[in-house]
Design a binder for this molecule. Structure first.
Ligand SMILES: Nc1nc2c(ncn2[C@@H]2O[C@H](COP(=O)(O)OP(=O)(O)OP(=O)(O)O)[C@@H](O)[C@H]2O)c(=O)[nH]1
Ligand SMILES: [Mg+2]
Length: 330
């Protein structure tokens, strides 16, 4: 493993091998690698150019890989450098996606201006979040213009990706109108752009209807300060035929430009940085507690009491914090 400083120089020079090795380093859980990863991230220029970070989510089979291949190639052909990071917290699934993605993103993966990194087989969301966030920073330092962060549209990983993206794009299949109620609502509220994919062939008419349904539902949402007129929006695309991709990119740029000029962009990046800082502290404290046998024992005992309702959560927390502060000072 090269020393963090020269690795950081390689990343900053946009060397793909250095970037790949740097990501391998940040993915490692070995204590010495963690330390080197920390040094590496500190060596990255603080004034590195900002990429447009696009979170992209969608249920299995909706066409994420096909979309990224077509969309990524379009951006590369326009002269942009595109990095794709996949987030898949369930290690059981990731084997399948990597295999699928090798075939579905074949051209993009060979493009000199593209960099694709599949999800590592980590199952714990906290670890995945850190790895992805740090990988995004590395890609940004390496001078990529666009970083696509892909996640499967199931559960918590979506929220996490939204917390590290400048824009959040949701890919949906035609039909699925019943999903509009309930489970999709929360996700819809984080989405900036909803793309109804597979708007081609037999599905074209259904896609247009679905799109109108979502557009209607989006108009009912409370207006968010970070949205210009007309956003969030829903539009049809066909990843297979490439239809609508140019327009989707125009919309993404328009939204990003508006947020930049209105100050939402910087504010959001600052909020996100603070969010991850506090999250790291929280995770670190919990890990520290779990590693100390006496504290772990107290946690287990209090878990039981709180669950049974014999101890209020705040009082149990006070006991743990007392122990934590006491063990630091005494
Ligand atoms: N008709 C049509 N089919 C599409 C389109 N995009 C993707 N598909 C098909 O949908 C299937 C799934 O596409 P993928 O790109 O693998 O979907 P995915 O969301 O990456 O799936 P997972 O990685 O399993 O979550 C494939 O058979 C694609 O050919 C499209 O725009 N139109
Ligand atoms: Mg896929």
């Amino acid at each position: 493993m090269a020393d963090p400083e020269s690795l950081a120089r390689g990343v900053a020079a946009g060397e793909r091998r250095a970037l790949a090795r740097a990501i391998t380093l940040i993915e490692s859980r070995r204590a010495d690698h963690r330390a080197a990863a920390g040094a590496l991230l500190e060596h990255l220029a603080p004034e590195a150019p900002q990429a447009l970070r696009i979170g992209l989510s969608g249920t299995p089979g909706v066409g994420k890989s096909t979309f990224i291949e077509a969309f990524g190639l379009m951006l590369c052909d326009a002269g942009l450098r595109v990095a794709v990071l996949a987030v898949d917290p369930s290690s059981a699934r990731s084997g399948g996606s990597i295999l699928g993605d090798k075939t579905r993103m074949e051209k993009l993966s060979r493009h000199p201006r593209a960099f694709i990194r599949p999800s590592p087989s980590q199952s714990e969301l906290g670890g995945v979040a850190r790895r992805t966030r740090e990988a995004v920073s590395l890609c940004e330092a390496a001078g990529f213009d666009v970083v696509l962060i892909e996640t499967v549209g199931v559960g918590q990983s979506e929220v996490m990706v939204a917390e590290m993206a400048d824009l959040f794009v949701l890919l949906l299949a035609p039909g699925g109108g019943d999903e509009l109620q309930g489970v999709k609502r929360g996700i819809m509220e984080t989405a900036d752009i909803i793309l109804i994919n597979k708007a081609d062939g037999d599905l074209a008419a259904t896609a247009r209807r679905t799109c109108a349904d979502y557009a209607g539902a989006l108009r009912l949402l409370r207006k968010r300060p970070q949205d210009p007129e007309g956003f969030p929006l829903a539009m049809p695309v066909s990843a297979v035929e490439g239809a609508g991709l140019e327009k989707a990119w125009e919309k993404m740029q328009a939204l990003a430009d508006w947020r930049r000029t209105q100050g939402h962009w910087d504010r959001r990046r600052r909020e996100q940085a603070l969010h991850w800082f506090h999250e790291e502290v929280r995770q670190g404290v919990l890990a520290h507690l779990r590693a100390d046998p006496a504290m772990a024992g107290a946690m287990a005992r209090l878990d039981g009491e709180v669950a049974d309702g014999t101890r209020p959560p705040s009082s149990a927390a006070a006991e743990i914090l007392q122990g934590l502060i006491g063990s630091k000072t005494g």
